[in-house]
Design a protein around this ligand. Structure first.
Ligand code: ADP
Ligand code: MG
Length: 236
């Protein structure tokens, strides 16, 4: 059985791409046939984080009807498969996000787990990934604005017939000025999937174009991300 997860947040910069890349890599390392799809077509970062930004064909060309899905599946670390979006603005303009559902249908023929890295915001290309996944995972930073945007995303997801699995609190510093897990749980009425701490090795690993779980496997964020992946894989 295939499970598709969309990693979303509403707000930008919460760690969606970081978590998509690292959860996907961790799941692949556990032996799950895993694909990561960059649905952030306007601000495509997934390829950049993995050193795949110069690939010749991307999701943009497939969504523009100029290439096939089989042309845009690239190898990532630990055997994870990566479907990047392009970084050109023209490519974004020509891509039709309505075709994303068809791309997903084709990809899920090949895998056990598909992770969709969603864009911020609630424009058309942002809403489609919320509707097409089996479950949406919300990434929240411990601040009010992030919580409010996640709440909006939860309401929107349910409104369009999607399902939210729960939330990951990312960049936690455990200072008492932070919005607490308890508060987020109450406001969003959602389950906590995991807490990933603020970790300077996240940025360092991105500079090396590697997931943190590969570059710094024992770093605090890596340990938590692998724990979350194990939970998603039903290993815990
Ligand atoms: P999004 O995809 O939601 O826009 P990114 O994954 O690109 O967010 O992350 C935004 C920034 O936050 C990046 O610079 C990334 O390195 C940093 N970041 C993400 N998670 C963490 C973390 N747990 N600790 C430290 N920095 C983080
Ligand atoms: Mg991103």
């Amino acid at each position: 059985m295939v499970t598709t997860y969309t990693i979303a947040s509403g707000k930008g910069g919460t760690g969606k791409t970081t978590l998509s890349v690292n959860l996907g890599t961790a799941l692949a390392s556990f032996g799950k046939e895993t694909y990561i799809l960059d649905a952030d077509m306007g601000m495509a970062n997934l390829g950049i984080v993995l050193g795949l930004e110069n690939v010749p064909v991307t999701l943009h060309e497939v969504l523009a009807g100029k290439a096939h899905v089989s042309d845009i599946i690239y190898d990532g670390p630990e055997g994870v498969k990566v479907v990047p979006s392009g970084i050109s603005l023209q490519g974004f303009q020509d891509a039709n996000p309505e075709r994303l559902r068809d791309v997903m249908k084709e990809i899920i023929n090949h895998c056990e787990i598909l992770i969709i890295d969603a864009p911020a915001g609630i424009s058309r290309d942002g809403v489609i990934p919320l509707a097409i996944a089996d479950e949406v995972i919300l990434v929240i930073n411990p601040e009010l604005s992030s919580m409010v945007d996640a709440l909006k995303t939860k309401i929107l997801t349910e409104l369009i017939g999607g399902k939210v699995k729960g939330f990951i609190l990312n960049r936690a510093t455990f200072e008492n000025t932070e919005v607490s897990v308890k508060k987020i749980r109450e406001v969003l009425d959602l389950d906590l999937i995991g807490v990933v701490p603020e970790d300077p090795n996240v940025r360092r690993s991105a500079a090396y174009r590697q997931p943190i779980i590969i570059r710094y496997p024992d770093s605090p964020a890596s340990v938590e991300i692998k724990r979350i992946a194990a939970r998603l894989a039903g290993m815990e």
